[in-house]
Design a protein around this ligand. Structure first.
Ligand code: SF4
Ligand code: SF4
Length: 220
């Protein structure tokens, strides 16, 4: 089942796929869904990326449905959709939790998922399921090490420098008000709230970044 899902998703345009055991970390209403399929594409989260991620979720759901498994498909931008069931779930289960649980990476000082190959350049989506998928070992601690480039270069002093670990999931990494304020100022000048320096500067996945540099944008 893992192989079938992974192959289908990679063929459909995913750059990375992981399988996580989420037993005990979901709300009682959805606790019967003990597995998460974490799907990433190496692109900035924009309308086109949302379409690709939506197609990938549908691909996974079609396979699960055909085999009679239950599922809950969580859109990539579900935190932006107001007053929906999914929007209420999203803060309880951000895609980054699924990705770290699936061993795809850690949460960097910049508050983004850092994958060893793609760095902070993945846009993520998640499908929860009760299918008995084989899961990977979760990532427990940050691998940022001595690096603090994003802290030093953030123009709004938004990045605290704190280090994430699974036993400190709520530690403050990014002062969101500073980041949003800075993006708001940029928007007034350029019309778009773009910054993304904390992505550009991250040494992980920088080679891949070269191709996408002009598109980098951090989404919290
Ligand atoms: S997007 Fe810009 S302002 Fe926001 S945390 Fe990253 S570097 Fe700082
Ligand atoms: S720039 Fe350095 S400290 Fe910041 S997220 Fe990347 S590796 Fe971690």
């Amino acid at each position: 089942m893992n192989d079938e899902l992974e192959k289908a998703l990679l063929e459909a345009g995913a750059d990375i796929v992981g399988f996580a055991d989420v037993t005990g970390i979901l709300k009682p209403e959805i606790a019967h869904l003990k597995r998460a399929i974490s799907i990433g594409v190496c692109r900035n989260l924009n309308e086109n990326t949302l379409r690709i991620l939506s197609g990938l979720r549908k691909r996974a759901v079609t396979i699960l449905k055909k085999k009679g498994f239950r599922y809950l498909s969580i859109p990539a931008d579900s935190d932006r959709i107001k007053d929906t069931f999914i929007a209420k779930l999203y803060p309880l289960f951000p895609h980054k939790i699924a990705a770290t649980s699936a061993g795809l990476g850690w949460i960097g000082r910049n508050g983004l998922l850092i994958n060893p190959k793609f760095g902070p350049r993945l846009s993520l989506t998640t499908v929860l399921t009760d299918a008995p998928l084989i899961t990977s070992k979760p990532v427990e601690t940050s691998q940022c090490g001595e690096c603090s480039l994003c802290v030093e270069f953030c123009p709004s002093v938004a990045i605290t420098g704190n280090e994430w670990s699974r036993n400190k999931p709520y530690i403050e990494l990014v002062r969101l008000n500073n980041c949003r304020g800075h993006k708001g100022e940029i928007k007034e000048v350029s019309g778009k709230p773009n910054c993304g320096l904390c992505i550009t500067i991250c040494p992980y996945g920088r080679k891949i970044h070269k191709k996408e540099e002009h598109k980098a944008e951090a989404c919290y």
